[in-house]
Ligand binder design. Structure first.
Ligand code: AMP
Ligand code: ZN
Length: 112
């Protein structure tokens, strides 16, 4: 996959619309087009990284920032205290369909 053809690179470049909830220096976040939960947000680094398998030690601060941003967005969307799930699908066998690293944030179900 070259970046020109990558769906999430196209969204980041503004060539494809998305419902953004965050536009940061290193990471953007937008609503999943086919939500699997009442709140379903994708956190996407601006840097094109294929999957978790391609992360390097230099990417460690970015990976940490993704998790911290997930918490911040959970707070912002009001799901932090009720609870949420974070998910990286990794490669085809792990359910990854878009080969640009992204962290799923799911939540907003009725509290038990
Ligand atoms: P994954 O299976 O982890 O690769 O997840 C890819 C996710 O991206 C899926 O949940 C899709 O619904 C979502 N998706 C695909 N295209 C778009 C898009 N243009 N805007 C927002 N979400 C998208
Ligand atoms: Zn990309």
């Amino acid at each position: 996959m070259i970046e020109k053809d990558c769906m999430f690179c196209r969204i980041i470049r503004g060539e494809q619309p998305a419902d953004f909830v965050h536009r940061g220096e290193r990471i953007v976040a937008f609503k999943d087009i086919r939500p699997s939960a009442p709140v379903h947000i994708l956190l996407v680094p601006r840097k094109h990284i294929r999957s978790v398998n391609e992360l390097t030690p230099e990417d460690a601060p970015l990976a940490a920032e993704m998790i911290l941003l997930a918490h911040a967005l959970a707070e912002k969307t009001g799901i932090a205290s009720s609870g949420y799930k974070l998910l990286f699908n990794v490669e085809r066998g792990g359910g990854q369909f878009v080969f640009h690293l992204h962290l799923h944030l799911f939540g907003g179900w009725r509290p038990q």
